[in-house]
Design a protein around this ligand. Structure first.
Ligand SMILES: [Cu+2]
Length: 606
């Protein structure tokens, strides 16, 4: 809870600020996001066949502090757009800014010229003008929308979309709450980006210290030297942290105490959207299990867990059944554990549960460096001596104490790290890559990590969702085997804050990823960096290859864990030009984006 106690105003002053904040916030938030919203019943949303949205500057008050934002129809987050499967919708979007704007409908299957990506699918919405999007609504579920222009999304231009099924909803609940998680900074996003460019670790205030070394915390000396020699920092888990961010639930900071009401014993559906620019959230409700019923808008077989790592741009619908007449804390802890989004589920407004303390920050492990395959091969190639070193960081990984705690591993660690420093940029491990400055490291032995719960969650002592837990409820629409396969590297250079696919930033790319309509392609994403990247393909769902055959979970965004791989199959059935990018906003802005073209088969010149 450092974030909250950091603002050490006197109690009286804080109360005044808080009262003012609640008033100001109440005035500018959509009803569904207001504190104490009773659920969907009185939900004033925008809906129907003709919807008007107006993008404009405004002020946003979080925990009593005002800062500049860009909102829609006067609110941050933007209004909930509620649609019904099978309807048509026209969305008239007025851009009242003095710069270009845009709205992309994240996860919606729309004709490509309605997808809203400036320079890819349309020219953008010029300043002081209106663009009308029009498309049939072909799906149901929980989605969201956001600006795809510059860094506007970080300023507040994001909102949820809920699409009700054409028939009865197979997911039964007594009420629901939309939970939009986001991050907001008083710094202008261009300032944040400039600071990251100057120093990749600018916002990281959780580096290892000499005091920590002397106290026996974190990594041991040999390891620290080895990582330092590679100019890599194992505490570098998030680029932008609570040192500048407030983490929000429906536009409210932790002290605002956004509250979703319930009647004890009810089945409550939470539609969780991670609309943040840069923050991976570890979401939990202490004392309450969450049954996941939808991922990225599509139904999955019910799976009950205690925590979910929600990557940027993912959505999850969960059912909770609070039975006690008490408040529960809804906790969205940032992956680096520098801060948390906090809200309340309660039977009455004005209640609040004790928030758990922030857990110790995770340190990156050898697996996060793409050495996940080492432990298995070490036995064969080097015998037993190196094994403790590999096991130490590679398999116990995740906990902040994992590296360096394994007794007797000292010299093994020194040796491993020594050889590792030579092999972390070995192009023999990825001969298909061009040698560019945007490749600082290459994962030597990356492994599929979709069966793992996500960075820092390996040993939290309760059930954590993994991608392999997700199974589609309906047979996949296309169950053909792939015709061809593609291996794409996620690459970066932390020191210069450059990010790219295959070492090429968007502005250096000479040709798009080209597909023909109806191709079935197997794509493997290889994360050569020490950061998780939520990769989003526009216009399509893809099937994660996680061992569930024709019932593979279908997603629009997939988190590729540090040093890990993810494989998916995709049917390129949507003709047009589609953005394909990391959804970390500053990664995309720094070049981690490309274009996918899907051409009709008869239109391709010989
Ligand atoms: Cu990224």
């Amino acid at each position: 809870m450092t974030r909250i106690s950091d603002t050490a105003a006197s109690p009286r002053r804080r109360d005044i600020l808080r009262a003012g904040g609640v008033l100001a916030a109440g005035a500018c938030l959509p009803a569904w996001a207001q504190s104490g919203t009773p659920g969907i019943a009185p939900l004033p949303t925008v809906s129907g066949e003709d919807i008007r949205l107006r993008i404009a500057h405004r002020m946003l008050t979080i925990d009593g502090r005002a800062s500049h934002a860009v909102g829609v129809n006067g609110t941050v987050p933007a209004p909930l757009i509620r649609l019904r499967e099978g309807q048509n919708v026209r969305l008239h979007v007025e851009n009242a800014l003095d710069e270009q704007s845009s709205i992309h409908w994240h996860g919606l299957l729309v004709p490509f010229h309605m997808d809203g990506v400036p320079g890819v699918s349309f020219p953008g919405i010029a300043p002081r003008s209106t663009f009308t999007y029009e498309f049939p609504v072909r799906q149901s579920g929980t989605y969201w929308y956001h600006s795809h222009s510059g860094l506007q999304e970080q300023l507040g231009l994001y909102g949820p979309i809920v699409i009700d099924p054409a028939g009865t909803d197979p997911i039964v609940s007594a009420r629901e709450h939309v939970i939009v998680l986001s991050d907001h900074s008083p710094l202008h996003p261009h300032v944040i980006f400039r600071k990251l460019k100057q120093q990749g670790g600018y916002f990281n205030f959780q580096k290892q210290t000499l005091a920590g070394l002397l106290a026996g915390r974190d990594q041991r000396e040999a390891e620290r030297l080895a990582w330092g020699g590679m100019r890599m920092d194992p505490a570098d888990v998030a680029d932008v942290t609570a040192s500048t961010y407030a983490y929000l639930v429906n536009g409210h900071g932790p002290r605002d105490n956004w509250t979703g009401l319930f009647v004890p014993g009810e089945r409550v559906r939470l539609r969780i959207v991670n609309a943040s620019a840069m923050t991976t959230f570890n979401l939990r409700i202490p004392g309450l299990a969450m049954t996941v019923v939808q991922a990225d808008g599509l139904p999955v077989r019910a799976v009950t867990v205690d925590e979910i790592q929600v990557a940027v741009a993912e959505t999850y619908d969960v059912i909770v059944e609070p039975r006690d007449d008490r408040a529960y804390a809804l906790v969205g802890e940032s992956v680096d554990r520098s801060g948390m989004a906090l809200a309340t589920l309660a039977p009455r407004a004005g209640m609040r549960a004790a928030a758990p303390p922030l857990r110790p920050r995770p340190l990156a492990t050898m697996k996060d460096m793409g050495m996940g395959g080492m432990a298995a091969t070490a036995t064969a190639t080097t015998g037993g001596h190196d094994m403790p070193g590999h096991k130490m960081a590679g398999q116990d990984g995740g906990g902040q104490d994992a590296a360096g705690q394994d007794g007797g591993a000292e010299d093994a660690a020194g040796q491993d790290m020594g050889t590792m420093s030579h092999s972390m940029r070995d192009f023999a491990n990825a001969p298909e890559l061009k040698r560019t400055p945007t490749i600082q490291t290459i994962a030597p032995m990356p492994v599929d990590r979709t069966g793992e719960p996500g960075q820092g969650l390996l040993d939290v002592g309760h059930r954590v969702l993994t991608y392999r837990d997700l199974v589609a409820t309906a047979r996949n629409p296309d169950t053909r085997a792939p015709d061809r396969s593609l291996r794409i590297h996620l690459t970066g250079n932390m020191e210069r804050y450059m990010w790219a696919f295959d070492g090429e930033k968007l502005n250096e790319v000479t040709a798009p990823f080209a597909f023909l309509a109806g191709e079935r392609v197997r794509v493997t994403l290889v994360n050569d960096t020490m950061m998780g990247h939520p990769i989003h393909l526009h216009g399509h769902f893809f099937e994660l290859v996680t061992g569930h055959g024709d019932f593979a979970p279908r997603k629009h965004t997939v988190q590729v864990q540090p040093g890990g791989t993810v494989t998916f199959d995709v049917t390129t059935d949507a003709v047009g030009d589609w953005a394909f990018h990391c959804h970390m906003l500053y990664h995309m802005h720094a070049g981690m984006m490309q274009v996918v073209t899907v051409r009709p088969r008869d239109a391709v010149p010989a």
